[in-house]
Design a protein around this ligand. Structure first.
Ligand code: RFL
Ligand code: PHB
Length: 389
């Protein structure tokens, strides 16, 4: 078997890249180790920057997003019992769209199926060979049988635990990492969201986030200990803890119900440089992870794909490699700024178990400055709505 570009992973990065290449006449095969149902069952990010929205539109997968996505002009930050609004629209002229990653993935997978571009599900990539040559090969196992595809380019869009980054020989990558001493316990519920906009809460009992997926579906998060087990969190315990952390007016109007999904995710900052080795290119979580506090994970996957798709289209049209050669440095410039913002939001809003009294005071001063300074609010807003591509 042969194709121009093998894409490993059918998360948002892989599917978006596949659509953009497909529409430019580049042949792709997507290999995904899980089933389509499994991929569509994962509950993850919920906020899209305008750049990501435009890309999804450009990939021919924007119709449902346009119909059901919710435009948000700002977010709230709650601290010491008061809610403070950051008005994106007036500070930056821009907005964000609340539309779940699950829906984005479904729309992209549908668009791919409609144009009959090949995807192989339950196909685990086990080897990426000859990446130092012009004819790399990708080996995968499906139903116990091993297969190989020869190609010109391999796009590693297989997430943090994927095989692509691990296939790069020792010494070729430099990794940067920070682990945070807590996780997020998330709960999805079919009830109207407690507030019109997202509310990020810094509370003495720990961070909380009130998010949403639609006018009838809400998503809530609680900062929790890393050792916590999801089984220890009954729905009732979750709701009691959330009520204790959010402002009293919100606690009174919070609509609870049985959880549709509940899970714990650790928080991590991670970057691997460069995002390329020979003919293997990394995009999305395969190359970097951000803590979810800034809502940047999915959006960074989208900007990587914007740069990579342009470079690949140029390469396949002209045979020239300069755009490909510039991909990693170009993507990393934006990645590091999103890493900084996600780290800063995480520092600002969580309670760190080992924080000194001085560090606690610094956090309070930073929040107080944010609430009274238009310049500080503009910094937050500009990053939250997304830095330019
Ligand atoms: P994905 O979505 O992880 O997709 C990678 C795909 O590659 C497949 N794969 C393989 N396929 C074939 N062969 C192999 N050897 C393979 N190894 C892996 C996997 O099965 C998978 O389908 O990466 P992508 O496309 O780069 O997209 C990135 C986003 O998914 C990610 O940045 C965000 O979801 C991060 N994230 C969140 N971001 C936010 O902005 N807000 C959130 O609330 C939020 N919550 C989350 C998250 C990530 C989570 N993870 C990774 C555990 C919650 C969780 C639980
Ligand atoms: C979500 O809705 O899942 C969500 C929203 C904003 C974040 C993180 C997660 O910062």
């Amino acid at each position: 078997m042969r194709t121009q570009c093998v894409i490993i992973g059918s998360g948002p990065a892989g599917l978006l890249l596949g659509q953009l290449l497909n529409r430019a006449g580049v042949d792709t095969i997507v290999l995904e180790r899980k089933s389509l149902d499994y991929v569509l069952g994962r509950i993850r990010a919920g906020v899209l920057e305008q750049g990501a929205v435009a890309l999804i539109e450009g990939a021919g997968a924007g119709a449902r997003m346009r119909a059901h996505g919710l435009t948000h002009d700002g977010v709230e930050i709650a601290f010491a019992g008061a809610r403070h609004r950051i008005d994106f629209k007036s500070l930056t002229g821009k907005t964000v769209m609340v539309y779940g990653q699950t829906e984005v993935t479904r729309d992209l997978a549908d668009a791919r199926a409609q144009c009959c571009a090949p995807s192989v599900y339950e196909a685990e990539v086990v080897g990426i060979l000859d990446i130092a040559t012009a004819h790399p090969r990708v080996r995968y196992v499906k139903d116990g049988t091993s297969h190989e595809i020869e190609c010109d380019i391999v796009a590693g869009c297989d997430g943090f635990h994927g095989v692509s980054r691990q296939s790069i020989p020792d010494g070729m990558l430099t990794s940067y990492e920070r682990l945070y001493p807590f996780g997020w316990l998330g709960l999805l519920v079919d009830q109207p969201p407690v507030a019109h906009e997202l509310v990020y809460v810094n509370h003495a009992r720990g961070f909380a986030l009130c998010s949403q997926r639609s006018p009838t579906r809400a998503r809530y998060y609680l900062q929790c200990r890393l050792e916590e087990h999801v089984e220890a969190w009954s729905d009732a315990r979750f709701w009691d803890e959330l009520r204790a952390r959010i402002c009293p007016d919100l606690a009174r109007t919070l609509k609870t119900g049985p959880a549709i999904e509940k899970s714990i995710a650790p928080l991590r900052s991670f970057v691997a440089e460069p995002m390329r080795c020979g003919r293997l290119f990394l995009a999305g979580d395969a190359a970097h992870i951000v803590p979810p506090t800034g809502a940047k994970g999915l959006n960074l996957a989208a900007s990587d794909v914007a740069y990579l798709s342009q470079a690949l289209i140029d390469f396949f049209r002209t045979g020239r490699q300069d755009a490909l050669d510039g991909y990693s440095a170009r993507a990393l410039r934006r990645v590091w700024k999103a890493e900084r913002f996600s780290w800063w939001m995480t520092q600002l809003l969580h309670r760190f178990p080992d924080a000194s009294a001085f560090e606690q005071k610094m956090q309070e001063a930073e929040l107080s400055y944010l609430f009274q300074s238009r310049a500080a609010q503009t910094m937050l807003a500009e990053n939250y709505v997304g830095l330019p591509y």
